[in-house]
Design a protein around this ligand. Structure first.
Ligand code: SAH
Ligand code: SF4
Ligand code: F3S
Length: 497
């Protein structure tokens, strides 16, 4: 595999394919008597979410509109993940259901893309067992989507287009449809060079390739001028940003530049690899209040022996040093992590070491995973795989400890008044809003009666109360109660009506 920078000529050619597709879609819409629709279903991480925003951008630019929740769309794209075995199982489990949808809408176009497509056995399975799937493409082939649609629509043949090249197309050269009106996902780099022995990502996403900081910062300035309040800088290991570009600035410098752009209330970033995070990143977070008060620092294991077998290039002491520096510099911030239980060869002592570090770091929350054996990775061939019953038992103990810590963390903010970025209606009740603090804590809150918005009284009990109109606003919320995975509160005031 090698990095291929997509040329401007190539992009111009894609644009001309886009215009001819647009004409074709317009003609089809007329013929069928309705505007053609699309749905993009996304599995996996924020990088996949970001890819889906580009896929949506392309589909909208050819004149498709998003299908309503109940409707069968004319174009369905499934953007897959293969990080753990259950991700694959879920996709194949769901795929069958679309066969009957296609029976109801014979002209439906179904494509499967994303990380699962980089495993040839998945492509073979789709070719053989899912003949109603019209196209498959890989995670670095999104800019080729216009070509794929064009080929399928003109030749009526199935298209399988998963390239070996690691394409680098700048994000600003592809249309993007941001899912949330207040948040923009901004990849700063693609791929991963780390080859942690359990992980498929280096195989699915190829080698690290950073975007130019000049282009990233120009994009950020544009997003700020469009009114986005939050940006999320994305990469599998943002702390190695720029290492593949000669003379490029470091991640800490990029963060400083981003934080100095007026307009953003929150700058978030994901993910930090403990081997590469510099103290400078932590000092930068301390200095700029518009950088989220939250660090996600995946630990994976608290045992130095296991970390070495995972090829993580840090040990327990180095991890603790970074975590404790972060706690010291930003005492009100949250620290979260990822942990894998049951990595091959993990002894009870190794697992105990993980519990010890969890207790010492007092993570505010953690994503905990049972080790999943991924074909093609180094650890899949390790002889000392752990029996499932041992993994389940250890997993239960870790979860119990972390749940206590998460609840204690939520309790620690009860009684405080915090700035919330409102995300919309809460899943808990129609008259409750949901949002996040600057430390990424989930807050469900009520609006007390008598509260005014833009001069009018808000009636949350009214039938036509529309919680979503508050999406993207900042508000002060008094935190009243801790729940296991969130907190509850009451609105004090809107900051920017
Ligand atoms: N680039 C990020 C992680 C991306 S994958 C980093 O290095 O921190 C997200 C998480 O999935 C990982 O942190 C890891 O905890 C988990 N994960 C990855 N492969 C896994 C596997 N084979 N089994 C179980 N969990 C896995
Ligand atoms: Fe996977 Fe490791 Fe790369 Fe993260 S750093 S994506 S865990 S290989
Ligand atoms: Fe999944 Fe690919 Fe992300 S495997 S976690 S979608 S990089």
């Amino acid at each position: 595999m090698s990095t291929v920078i997509v040329s401007q000529e190539e992009l111009l050619r894609h644009n001309s394919v886009l215009s001819s597709l647009k004409n074709r879609i317009a003609a089809s819409s007329l013929e069928r008597g309705h505007a053609l629709t699309y749905r993009v279903k996304t599995y996996g991480c924020q990088l996949n979410e970001s890819d889906s925003e580009k896929i949506e951008g392309i589909l909208r630019s050819i004149g498709l509109i998003e299908a309503s929740e109940e409707a069968i769309p004319d174009f369905l794209i499934l953007n897959t993940c293969t990080i753990r075995e259950n991700a694959d199982v879920r996709l194949f489990g769901n795929l069958g259901a679309y066969k009957s949808q296609k029976k109801q809408n014979r002209d439906m176009f179904i494509a499967v893309c994303g990380c699962m497509m980089k495993q040839p056995e998945n492509i073979e399975r789709i070719k053989k067992s899912f003949p109603f799937v019209d196209a498959c493409f890989g995670p670095s082939d999104i800019h080729l989507l216009p070509d794929i649609l064009d080929r399928k629509l003109s030749q009526k043949k199935r298209v399988f287009s998963v390239s070996d090249e690691d394409y680098l197309v700048d994000d600003t050269d592809i249309p993007v449809e941001h899912k949330r009106k207040f948040r923009a996902l901004v990849p700063i780099m693609y791929g991963c060079n780390n080859f942690c022995t359990y992980c498929v990502v280096p195989y699915t996403r190829g080698r690290e390739r950073s975007r130019s900081s000049e282009k990233i910062l120009a994009q950020l300035r544009e997003l700020a001028s469009q009114g986005y309040k939050e940006v999320m800088l994305l990469g599998q290991n943002v702390n190695s940003y720029g290492h593949d570009r000669e003379g490029e600035i470091s991640f800490a410098e990029l963060l400083k530049e981003a934080a100095s752009i007026p307009g953003f209330s929150r700058i978030r970033f994901m993910t930090s690899h403990p081997k590469d995070i510099s103290d400078e990143v932590i000092y930068t977070m301390q200095k700029y209040p518009n950088i989220e008060r939250h660090l996600h620092l995946p630990m994976q294991s608290g045992s130095s022996e296991i970390l070495s077998r995972m090829n993580r290039h840090y040990d327990r002491e180095q991890y603790l040093k970074t975590a404790l520096l972060f706690r010291k510099c930003l005492p009100d911030a949250t620290l979260t992590t990822d942990i894998i239980v049951g990595f091959p060869g993990e002894t009870e002592e190794d697992f105990q070491a993980t519990l010890d570090v969890v207790a010492e770091c007092r993570f505010d929350s953690a994503f905990t995973f049972q080790y999943s054996r991924r074909p093609g990775t180094k650890a899949a061939s390790y002889p000392d795989q752990i029996p499932q019953d041992v993994v389940t038992e250890r997993f239960g103990r870790l979860l119990a400890l972390q749940n206590d810590l998460t609840f204690a963390s939520n309790e620690s903010v009860v009684g405080k008044t915090e700035e919330i970025l409102i995300e919309g209606r809460s899943a808990t009740a129609p008259d409750v809003l949901t949002g996040r603090t600057n430390s990424n804590r989930l807050v469900n809150f009520r609006i007390p009666s008598g509260t005014k918005f833009q001069g009018n009284l808000i009636d949350t009990t009214a039938e036509d109360f529309d919680a979503d109109k508050f999406e993207g606003l900042l508000a002060m919320v008094h935190i009243t109660r801790a729940k296991p995975y969130s907190v509850e509160g009451e609105l004090v005031s809107f900051i920017d009506e």
